[in-house]
Design a protein around this ligand. Structure first.
Ligand SMILES: Nc1nc2c(c(=O)[nH]1)N[C@H]1C(S)=C(S)[C@@H](COP(=O)(O)OP(=O)(O)OC[C@H]3O[C@@H](n4cnc5c(=O)[nH]c(N)nc54)[C@H](O)[C@@H]3O)O[C@H]1N2
Ligand SMILES: Nc1nc2c(c(=O)[nH]1)N[C@H]1C(S)=C(S)[C@@H](COP(=O)(O)OP(=O)(O)OC[C@H]3O[C@@H](n4cnc5c(=O)[nH]c(N)nc54)[C@H](O)[C@@H]3O)O[C@H]1N2
Ligand SMILES: [Mo]
Length: 759
C-alpha cells in the first residue's frame, strides 16, 4: 500500500502493486488514521474504577472515565496479579483471536501472549473461525490441513483443467486480503480463467461478485444453504450408477470406500442417494446433477472449494465429501484435476517464489510459560458459561477452564462471534476485561479498561506479500506519528513486563528496539534467501530506499502439482493419515463415537435449515464482505457505497420481498429467538429464494430502549452459537433461520461508530 502524507496527516492511499483490479480496502487509510471512532486515551469503565476488585455496574451500559497511561497500567497490573495469585494462569484468557493489522513485529495477540508467558502462562485457543471444521477433518482424511497449503499451480490449471468448479467460493471478494499482504495476483488468474473458454461453474446460494465478474463465461447453480453434501452425494451416486468411479485410484490411494459405497447406494441404510434424492434436498434438478456427474467424469475437473459451507453445523462433512467425490473421479494428483481448498484465499496457486522469507515475533519469552490450557476458539462463550465442565474436542476429553480475566488485543470478538446476546450475557462473568483497540468497537464498549493502540501507519514494520507465493518483501515505514495517546501494543506489553518483574522489559524486548527487531527478521530472511540464491541489500539501504523487493520466479514451483508424488507411488510417499492413504472411512473418527461427525461423509440435517424452517422463516447467509475485512473499515467512507437506508444491506429474493411487502431501499427488521437487527433491503434475483444474506462484520449497535434491536445490522445477533461438531468445534455462523418484515417502528439513530459516553 502507498500512502500520501504531509508529514502530519494522511492525505490518500492506494495499492502499491500494479493491478487492473483496484482493491477498495487499500483506499481509506485516511479514514482509519483520522477516524472520530479512534480510541484517543486510556479509558476505564466508571463502575470498575470505583472498586476494581469488586466491579460495579454493567459492562456495556456504563460511562467511561479518561485516565493516564500510568493509572491504566497500574490498574491492570494489580488486578492481573490478584487474579493470577488467586486462580492461577488458566483463569487468564489471552487466546485473543483476530485479524489485527499486518506486520511481523506488531502482532497484537502474539505480543499479549509474550507478556503473559513472562507472567506465568495463560489460556490460549485452538483453531480459528475461518476453517474450524475443515482444518480439523482434513488431517484425518488426507494428512494435512489443505486449507493453508499451496495449491496445484495456476499455470497448470490454465493449461490442463477443462472444468473448474468454484464451490462455495467467492474469490473476487476474498482475495482482497491475505494473512500477510495480498500479492494481488489471484484475480488476474481468475481473469485468465474467465477468458480461457473453459467450463466454469459456481455453486453458491448467492450470485456473488465472482459470478458477476465471470458473467456469461460461468454457470451459476444455487443450492439451498447447507445442502452441499446431499448434492455431492447425488453426483457420486450417478458416477456409481454408470460405473464411472475410478476403481484403480480408489484401490491404490484410498481406504474405506466400500463402507461409504454401501451408504451411497443405500445398502447400509435403505436410502439410495440418487440424483432424485439429492434434488429433493438441495433444490437442484436431478437432470442437472446427472449432467454434473457426466461433465466431471469426462473432463479434467478441478473442484476449488471455499469455506463458507463449512462454517456451519456439520461443517466437517463438506470438505470430506468433496475429497471423496474427487477421489471417485480419480484425478487427485494430476495437473489440472482433483480438489483445492485455498484458491480463493491468499492466492493459493500463485507459484511460490525463490525467496528471502521473513520470520516474525514469537508469542513466548525465553524461559516463559506458554499456554497452560487451550480452548477451541469458537467455544469461548460455552467456556465462560460452564467453567470446569467437560467437553469433547477431536477425540480428546477436556474441561473448560475457569476464566476470570479476558484480554482481547487485535480481534473484534463482538462482531466475529455468533449469538451476540448470549455473548453479552456471558461477558458479564469475568472479573476483568481489557481491550486493546484502535477504535471504539462494540467489544471496547463492553470492556472495563480500553487501551488506545496505534494503527500500522503509526509504527515501523515489515511484511511479505502472498502467504504462499512470498512474492515481495515489503517495508512498512511509519507514515505519521501516533494519534492522540495511542501506543504500540509492543510498548504497552514491554512496560507491563517491567512492572511484572525487575528486568521484565529487557526479557520482553530481548534488549532490542523495534527497528533492531526488524533488522533481525530481515537478517534471517537474508540467510533463508541465500540458500535459494536470493541476495538482499543491506538493511539500512533497504529501509532508506523504502521500496518493496520482488522475489525471483521459480520454474520448478510453477510446475507444482499437489499430491503428485502420492499419486505416482502411494507406498513410498504415504500421506500422514493412519493408513497413509486418503481415508473415506476413518477408523480413528469411528473410535470417537460422535453422532455429529460420523466415520464417513454423510448427509445430516442441520438444526436450522430450509427443511425445518417455520412458516415464513428464511435461511441466513453471512458471507464475507466486499468492502471490509470483517468488521474492519465499517466506519470508513466505503460504507457509503454499500449501506442501504443507513444500515447494513440485506439481500433478498423478489419473491420473498413481495410476500412481505418489502421494496428495495426499505428498512427491514430481521429477527429470531436470539435477537433482532435492522437492515436495508436489496431486492435481487441473485439469491436463492428462501435465503437472505447479511454480510458478516457490521458493528453491533444494540439499542436498549428498543428491545436491544441492533441498529446497524450485525448478523451475528441472529446466528447460532453451536459447534460445527465435537470434532472441530468450529463456528457455525452460516447456520440460522430468521424472519423478515418491513420495519415500522420509530426511527432509530445509528450510534455504532460513536465513542461511548465519558467523563
Ligand atoms: N456469522 C459469521 N461470523 C463470522 C464469520 C462468518 O463468515 N459468518 N467469519 C469468521 C471468520 S472466518 C473470522 S476470521 C472472524 C474475524 O474476526 P476478527 O479477526 O476478530 O475481525 P476483525 O474485524 O478483523 O478484527 C480485528 C480487530 O483488531 C483491531 N486491530 C487492528 N490492528 C490492531 C493493532 O495493531 N492492535 C490492536 N490492539 N488492535 C488492532 C481492529 O480495529 C479490529 O477491531 O469472524 C468470524 N465470524
Ligand atoms: N474482502 C474480504 N476478503 C476476505 C475477508 C473479508 O472479510 N473481506 N475475510 C478473509 C477471511 S478471514 C477468510 S476466512 C476468508 C473466507 O473465505 P470463505 O469462507 O470462502 O468466504 P465466505 O464469503 O464466507 O463464503 C464463500 C462463499 O460461500 C457461499 N456459501 C455460504 N454457505 C454456503 C453453502 O451452504 N453452500 C454453498 N455452496 N455455498 C455457500 C457464500 O455465499 C460465499 O459466496 O476470506 C478472507 N478474505
Ligand atoms: Mo477467517
Amino acid at each position: 500500500m502507498l500512502v500520501d502524507t504531509d508529514g502530519e496527516n494522511v492525505l490518500a492511499s492506494r495499492g502499491a502493486l500494479p493491478t487492473r483490479h483496484p482493491n477498495s480496502l487499500q483506499s481509506v487509510v485516511q479514514d482509519q488514521v483520522h477516524s472520530p471512532t479512534r480510541v484517543r486515551y486510556p479509558m476505564v469503565r466508571k463502575g470498575f474504577l470505583a472498586s476494581p476488585s469488586r466491579p460495579q455496574g454493567v459492562r456495556g451500559q456504563d460511562e467511561f472515565v479518561r485516565v493516564s497511561w500510568d493509572q491504566a497500567l497500574m490498574l491492570i497490573h494489580e488486578q492481573h496479579k490478584r487474579i493470577r495469585d488467586s486462580f492461577g494462569p488458566a483463569s487468564i484468557f489471552a487466546g485473543s483471536y483476530g485479524w489485527r493489522s499486518n506486520g511481523v513485529l506488531h502482532k497484537a495477540a502474539t505480543l499479549l501472549q509474550r507478556y503473559m508467558s513472562l507472567a506465568g502462562g495463560y489460556t490460549g485457543h485452538l483453531g480459528d473461525y475461518s476453517t474450524g471444521a475443515a482444518q480439523a477433518i482434513m488431517p484425518h482424511v488426507v494428512g494435512g490441513s489443505e486449507v493453508y497449503q499451496q495449491q496445484t499451480s495456476w499455470p497448470l490449471i490454465l493449461e490442463h483443467s477443462d472444468v473448474v468448479v468454484l464451490w462455495s467460493a467467492n474469490p473476487l471478494n476474498t482475495l482482497k486480503i491475505a494473512w500477510n499482504a495480498s500479492d494481488e495476483q489471484g484475480i488476474s488468474y481468475f481473469d485468465a480463467l474467465r477468458k480461457s473458454g473453459k467450463r466454469v461453474i459456481c455453486i453458491d446460494p448467492m450470485r456473488s461478485e465472482t459470478v458477476e465478474f465471470f458473467g456469461d463465461s460461468m454457470e451459476w447453480l444455487a443450492p439451498h444453504m447447507g445442502t452441499d453434501v446431499a448434492l455431492m452425494l447425488g453426483i457420486a451416486h450417478t458416477l456409481v450408477e454408470n460405473g464411472w468411479q475410478n476403481e484403480d485410484f480408489l484401490a491404490r490411494c484410498t481406504v474405506g470406500y466400500e463402507i461409504f459405497a454401501a451408504y451411497l447406494t443405500g445398502e447400509s441404510d435403505g436410502v439410495a442417494k440418487t440424483a432424485e434424492w439429492a434434488a429433493a434436498i438441495c433444490g437442484i434438478d436431478a437432470a442437472k446433477i446427472r449432467e454434473l456427474a457426466t461433465l466431471f467424469h469426462q473432463n479434467t475437473t478441478m473442484l476449488m472449494a471455499g469455506w463458507g459451507m463449512q462454517r456451519q453445523q456439520f461443517g466437517e462433512q463438506k470438505h470430506w465429501m468433496l475429497v471423496t467425490l474427487a477421489a471417485m473421479l480419480g484425478q487427485i494428483g494430476t495437473p489440472g484435476g482433483g480438489f483445492g481448498l485455498s484458491y480463493h484465499f491468499a492466492n493459493g496457486g500463485n507459484p511460490t517464489r525463490r525467496a528471502a522469507v521473513l520470520t516474525s515475533m514469537q508469542g513466548s519469552v525465553k524461559e516463559g510459560i506458554d499456554a497452560v490450557d487451550k480452548i477451541p476458539v469458537a467455544r469461548i462463550v460455552e467456556a465462560l458459561e460452564n467453567p470446569g465442565a467437560p467437553y469433547q474436542h477431536n477425540g480428546m476429553d477436556r474441561h473448560f477452564p475457569d476464566i476470570r480475566f479476558v484480554w482481547w488485543a487485535g480481534g473484534a470478538n463482538f462482531t466475529h462471534h455468533q449469538d451476540t446476546n448470549r455473548l453479552i450475557r456471558a461477558w458479564q462473568k469475568p472479573e476483568l476485561v481489557v481491550i486493546s483497540e484502535c477504535f471504539w468497537t462494540a467489544a471496547a464498549k463492553h470492556a472495563d479498561i480500553v487501551l488506545p493502540a496505534t494503527t500500522s501507519f503509526e509504527r515501523n514494520d515489515l511484511t511479505m506479500t502472498g502467504d504462499y507465493s512470498n512474492q515481495h518483501l515489503v517495508p512498512m515505514k511509519r507514515v505519521v506519528a501516533p494519534q492522540y495517546e495511542a501506543r504500540d501494543d509492543w510498548e504497552v506489553f514491554a512496560e507491563l513486563s517491567e512492572r511484572w518483574e525487575a528486568g521484565g522489559r529487557e526479557r520482553f524486548t530481548e534488549g532490542k528496539s523495534d527497528l533492531q527487531w526488524l533488522e533481525t527478521f530481515y537478517a534471517i530472511a537474508g540467510e533463508r534467501g541465500a540458500s535459494q540464491q536470493v541476495t538482499l541489500p543491506p538493511f539500512d539501504e533497504f529501509w532508506q530506499a523504502n521500496q518493496l523487493i520482488e522475489m525471483p520466479e521459480s520454474e520448478q514451483n510453477a510446475r507444482f502439482v499437489r499430491f503428485a508424488d502420492f499419486r505416482r507411488d502411494p507406498q513410498s510417499n504415504p500421506l500422514k493419515t493412519p493408513s497413509g492413504k486418503i481415508e473415506i472411512f476413518s477408523e480413528r473418527i469411528n473410535s470417537f463415537g460422535y453422532a455429529d461427525c460420523p466415520p464417513h461423509p454423510k448427509w445430516l440435517e442441520p438444526d436450522e435449515w430450509h427443511g425445518n424452517a417455520e412458516p415464513q422463516q428464511l435461511q441466513v447467509l453471512s458471507a464475507h464482505p466486499a468492502h471490509r475485512l470483517h468488521s474492519q473499515l465499517n466506519f470508513t467512507r466505503l460504507r457509503e457505497e454499500y449501506a442501504v437506508a443507513g444500515r447494513e444491506p440485506i439481500t433478498l429474493h423478489p419473491e420473498d420481498a413481495k410476500a412481505r411487502g418489502i421494496t428495495a431501499g426499505d428498512v427491514v427488521r430481521v429477527w429470531n429467538k436470539r435477537g433482532q437487527v435492522l437492515a436495508g433491503a436489496v431486492v435481487t434475483d441473485g439469491i436463492k429464494p428462501g435465503v437472505i444474506c447479511i454480510h458478516e462484520g457490521a458493528w453491533p449497535d444494540l439499542e436498549p430502549a428498543a428491545d436491544g434491536i441492533c441498529k446497524n445490522g450485525a448478523v451475528n445477533v441472529l446466528t447460532k452459537d453451536l459447534p460445527s461438531s465435537r470434532l472441530g468445534n468450529g463456528c457455525a455462523g452460516n447456520t440460522a433461520l430468521a424472519w423478515v418484515e418491513k420495519y415500522t417502528g420509530p426511527s432509530l439513530t445509528l450510534t455504532a461508530f460513536d465513542p461511548p459516553a465519558s467523563s
